[in-house]
Design a protein around this ligand. Structure first.
Ligand SMILES: NC(=O)c1ccc[n+]([C@@H]2O[C@H](COP(=O)([O-])OP(=O)(O)OC[C@H]3O[C@@H](n4cnc5c(N)ncnc54)[C@H](O)[C@@H]3O)[C@@H](O)[C@H]2O)c1
Ligand SMILES: [Zn+2]
Length: 364
């Protein structure tokens, strides 16, 4: 452990056979990240990728820490928001790295939410055919979910996350102090994935979620990282169906996110509506008790997350966007359902008509 003053530090191992790594969770990790990263990576050149919001708050701290540890730092700032998960931004990042003379010895450090992590991780996966990267997640979404597991990527015109690569980080350093600057809306949206984890793997966690609590979140973050890491280790490349369980709520959620236009809903908000649809289908098709569905929907609402389909989005627009989602396999929808809270499975018994009807029933 490096010489970083921290009240408490939790680590979760992502025990992948080929490239195991650790997720460190602790207050103060951003201030001490340079020394920490120097212990993981021998090279001296860093591309620090961030977005305009996060860069303005934490960019200097992280840059100073990296420089104090002996790194030469090229800061690359993209616009905040989902639209930056684009080919243009990947190109801009790679161009900036080339202009700075960075080669295969470079390290990419992703400082930000899930957008920056997915984008910078993908740039790292393709730059010089792959350079290592470290995740410094700053949103709830990124700390509990997106920074772990190695899925990196961008959106294509035809759909969300359609272009990407599996590229595991060298390490993830999550500083819960960073969450204090998250606006309430962005703070709450991350809990969509927390509630998803509860539904698929840890029903008891539901009762521990409190939208007003901002302190002492280390253990909750670690609990979620353990769930995610367990699934990823069991099925890193989404081949056995285990990792697909993490897509609970995402078939309809991604379609709504895309059909509404990136920027209208945050990812977690669209997923909350998608989870409501998946819960309704779980009641109908998998015997999930009504009360269980109601309990989860109430929890989503407690976090101010939307649970109804907006009136201006037609079933056709949503189904159309779904058709381009990669979760369709050979024309059939592979839909994740839950038969009881804390457990989920992949079903191929859900048809387009079922989805159309449920989406209609969930209108505002
Ligand atoms: N790779 C995966 O496994 C995976 C899993 C889940 C989600 N995702 C992706 O993650 C993305 C969503 O991530 P997100 O919700 O973090 O979105 P985001 O990165 O856009 O962050 C949300 C907003 O909060 C701001 N922000 C982030 N941290 C902040 C902080 N500490 N203080 C103040 N503002 C801050 C950002 O600038 C942005 O405006 C989606 O693109 C989704 O597809 C990926
Ligand atoms: Zn998600």
């Amino acid at each position: 452990m490096q010489n970083v003053a921290m009240a408490s530090l939790v680590s979760v191992k992502v025990a992948l056979a080929a490239n195991p790594y650790e997720v460190w969770i602790g207050e103060g990790l951003l201030d001490g990240c340079g020394e920490w990263i120097a212990g993981l990576h021998a090279g001296r050149a860093v591309a620090l990728v961030t977005d305009a919001n996060v860069g303005a708050i934490y960019g200097e701290t992280v840059r100073a820490s990296l420089e104090a540890a002996g790194f030469g730092v090229t800061v690359i700032t993209v616009a905040a928001g989902e639209r930056s998960k684009s080919f243009e931004c990947v190109e801009a990042i790679c161009d900036a790295m080339i202009a700075a003379g960075l080669d295969r010895g470079a390290l990419v450090v992703a400082l930000g939410g899930g957008v920056v992590g997915d984008l910078a991780g993908f740039a790292a996966a393709v730059y010089f055919r792959g350079v290592p990267f470290v995740q410094l997640p700053t949103s709830v979404m990124a700390q509990v979910d997106s920074s772990v597991g190695g899925k990196t990527g961008i959106n294509a015109r035809g759909g969300k996350n359609l272009v990407g690569a599996f590229h595991q980080p060298l390490a993830v350093l999550a500083d819960p102090r960073a969450l204090s600057s998250l606006p309430r809306r962005e703070f709450c949206e991350g809990f969509a994935e927390v509630i998803k984890h509860a539904v698929i793997a840890d029903a008891e966690m539901l009762d521990e979620l409190d939208a007003d609590r901002r302190d002492g979140l280390e253990e909750l973050i670690a609990r979620n990282v353990r769930i995610k890491a367990g699934v990823v280790v069991a099925d890193e490349r989404e081949r056995t169906g285990r990792r697909a369980l993490l897509n609970f709520g995402h078939t309809v959620g991604h379609a709504i996110e895309q059909a509404a236009g990136y920027g209208r809903y945050l990812h977690g908000e669209a997923i909350a509506i998608g989870m409501h649809a998946a819960l309704r289908l779980s009641v109908e098709r998998a015997g999930l008790p009504e009360a269980a569905c109601a309990r989860v929907v109430a929890k989503l609402a407690e976090f101010g997350l939307p649970v109804r389909v907006p009136s201006d989005l037609s079933e056709e627009a949503i189904l159309g966007a779904m058709g381009r989602d990669k979760k369709f396999e050979a024309g059939a929808i592979r839909f994740v359902l839950s038969e009881r809270l804390g457990s989920a499975f992949v079903s191929d018994g859900v048809g387009e008509d079922d989805v159309r009807r449920v989406v209609g029933e969930l209108r505002e």
